[in-house]
Design a protein around this ligand. Structure first.
Ligand SMILES: *Cc1c(COP(=O)(O)O)cnc(C)c1O
Length: 419
């Protein structure tokens, strides 16, 4: 369910014509729908009612402060993986009591920042991190709440590069280690051991691996409690897939919630979730313009003004994005290869895609681009960093302006070699 539909022959975001945004802001540009963001958050949260759960949006999926503020106003928390993401969440109005700090490579400075900010929970991923955090907490006379991130050795995820839960992945610690480290944290005067966390992958379309991981988490919780250690919280991570239109539908949030509630039935524990893609992907599109087309013996190439620096998912995950013409048409479809302007063969969005005839100047929208789109964008090839627009009803606002070459050059200088 999203709020991108044809109205009067033109693709709109809620009540705004995408063509009007392109005319005002230029292309390429990311466009997000407030109503879709809010709806996805509500659907997820309500699926667990009456159980009160913390839904901490994974900031890495979409870090724009306007997007975070929209979700924060609905009651969402934030799952963060760097100091920068914590600062973005705070700036957007997410209360520290709803911020989770995850990640394998948290530096001492970042840990100290999170402790001082008073975040809800730090998900610890190694014994070395636990020891470092204990020392920092002692120095700061604080007692941060922690969870141990468990690697349940369950494979899942839509692509090898977004699977995190197998035994040899870089994330989390084994069950045996988690039991030891948790006891160690419990005995530590400077740490407040609250529970366990898992996150086994992204773009997961099958509930079975999630269910296996959650069962392991429940068993481990019962063992820890059996050993006299309190476990108040379980963080079940994110990972729920979204439809990218070339594949089967992912589980509905209601089915996911029913599975979770089944696994944890009768267990008195506070549950948290870290959905990213499921909240933001369908709430955004990347709007681009056709620069030109080129005939080839096989099929024509459609060259867009958006490139892999703006949307890198096809290049690194072989990801599929539906491409819709902004002007509605019934014209018969033709096969195109769709590429960007970057000097890399990898800058190919798709090959042999059936699209209506398109010509220089026409607008197209990459659907399902609201997650891992703008956050992964770069200025490669000295291109401007792609801007972002937020739509609400029949209004739109630029929520990140185009970071053009002048902005980039302002940070650079020529060396002054004095000799
Ligand atoms: C990336 C990530 C998420 C979000 O994953 P989605 O697939 O976008 O839901 C949640 N938690 C952690 C620890 C992550 O690294």
């Amino acid at each position: 369910m999203n709020h991108f539909d044809y109205r009067g022959g033109e693709l709109c975001c809620e009540g705004v014509k995408l063509g009007d945004i392109a005319a005002a802001v230029g292309t390429p540009v990311y466009v997000y729908s407030t109503a879709t963001l809010e709806r996805h958050y509500e659907v997820f949260k309500q699926a667990f009612a009456p159980r009160d759960v913390l839904v901490a949006f994974a900031v890495k999926a979409n870090a724009n402060i306007a997007v975070l503020a929209t979700l924060a106003a609905k009651g969402a928390g934030a799952d963060t993986v760097s100091q920068g993401e914590i600062e973005r969440a705070l700036k957007a109005g997410v209360p520290p009591a709803r911020i989770i700090f995850s990640g394998v490579g948290k530096t001492e400075d970042e840990l100290a920042f999170a402790v001082k900010a008073g975040v809800h929970q730090i998900n610890v991923e190694s014994i070395a991190e636990l020891e470092t955090l204990s020392r920092i907490a002692a120095q700061l006379r604080a007692k941060p709440a922690i969870a141990i991130r468990v690697n349940p050795d369950v494979g899942a995820g839509g692509h090898e590069k977004i699977s995190t839960g197998k035994g040899d992945a870089k994330f989390g610690v084994s069950i045996e280690q988690a039991m030891q480290y948790y006891a160690r944290a419990h005995a530590d005067a400077h740490l407040d051991a609250k529970g366990l966390a898992v996150h086994i992958g992204s773009q997961i379309k099958d509930l079975a691996p999630l269910q296996s991981a959650f069962r392991i988490l429940r068993e481990t919780t019962e063992k820890l409690r059996g050993a006299g250690l309190s476990v108040e919280r379980l963080d079940l991570g994110g990972g729920l897939g979204v439809p990218y239109f070339n594949e089967g539908d992912p589980p509905a949030p209601a089915d996911y919630a029913a599975m979770v509630l089944g696994v944890f039935e009768g267990l008195d524990v506070k549950l948290a979730f870290e959905p990213g893609r499921m909240i933001a992907a369908n709430a955004g599109v990347l709007l681009a313009r056709v620069v030109r087309t080129q005939e080839r013996p096989s099929r024509p190439i459609l060259v867009l003004d958006a490139g892999m620096n703006d949307l890198i998912r096809p290049a690194i995950y072989d990801a599929y994005h539906e491409i819709r013409p902004v002007r509605e048409t019934n014209a018969p479809r033709e096969a195109y290869d769709v590429v960007g302007p970057i000097c890399e063969t990898g800058d190919t969005f798709t090959r042999n895609r059936a699209l209506p005839p398109l010509a220089s100047g026409d607008l197209v929208a990459f659907m399902t681009a609201g997650a891992y789109g703008a956050t992964m964008a770069s200025t490669y090839n000295a291109r401007a960093l792609v801007p972002e627009v937020l739509v609400r009803g029949d209004r739109f606002e630029i929520v990140r302006r185009r970071w053009d070459l002048a902005d980039q050059l302002a940070l650079e200088r020529l060396p002054n070699w004095a000799d």
